[in-house]
Ligand binder design. Structure first.
Ligand SMILES: [Zn+2]
Length: 99
């Protein structure tokens, strides 16, 4: 994400375990994103991991290794994201466009 990425500046909303929808508060001093820092870092990690699947300029072996790396990195990212969500009793993060 960049400073011009609108989605990074949109409020981060979530559904909690009790069914309520809340806007997650900002917890850092960054000026290039809204919402909690861990949500922003998760989005950056997801974007970085997706680049591992880019086949451009890679041999078939490199593509397979990229896919394996993607699976390993995404498993770690998602495990950490789930841990952060459970700590905060979040059951779902809402995309910026959902009311
Ligand atoms: Zn931040």
């Amino acid at each position: 994400m960049t400073a011009c990425d609108v989605s990074a500046l949109a409020p981060v909303r979530a559904v909690l375990a009790d069914g309520t929808t809340v806007t997650l508060p900002k917890d850092c001093g960054c000026t290039d994103h809204a919402g909690p820092h861990w949500v922003y870092m998760d989005a950056l990690a997801q974007r970085a991991n997706a680049k591992l699947l880019d086949p451009v300029g890679k041999t078939p072996l490199q593509q397979v290794l990229g896919q394996a790396g993607f699976a390993i990195e995404e498993a770690a990212r998602l495990e950490d994201k789930l841990r952060m969500m459970k700590l905060r009793k979040i059951v779902r993060l809402l995309p910026p466009s959902v009311g």
